[in-house]
Write a protein that binds this ligand. Structure first.
Ligand code: FES
Length: 77
């Protein structure tokens, strides 16, 4: 990366999750644990990432975006 490069924070998909690591952020979920924790963040703004904490609501209100969590359900939806 160019040492003079300054990211445009308004264009980042991920504004603050795990920024201290140099590689792409990859998260894992154990299937058996997913039954208890079933809302996964897709807006990258959750303080409980990768779980949703509702931060997408503030993001959507501020930006006009319409992102929301991935819900894991047992059976049909
Ligand atoms: Fe990111 Fe809910 S907090 S989708």
């Amino acid at each position: 990366i160019d040492p003079d490069f300054t990211p445009d924070l308004n264009c980042l998909v991920n504004p603050n999750q795990k920024k201290n690591q140099s590689r792409a952020v990859v998260d894992y979920a154990i299937i058996d644990d997913m039954k208890d924790k079933n809302a996964y963040c897709r807006c990258w703004r959750s303080k409980k990432f990768p779980l949703c904490d509702g931060a997408h609501l503030h993001h959507n209100n501020r930006t006009g975006d319409n992102v929301g969590p991935l819900l894991i359900k047992d059976g049909e939806y």
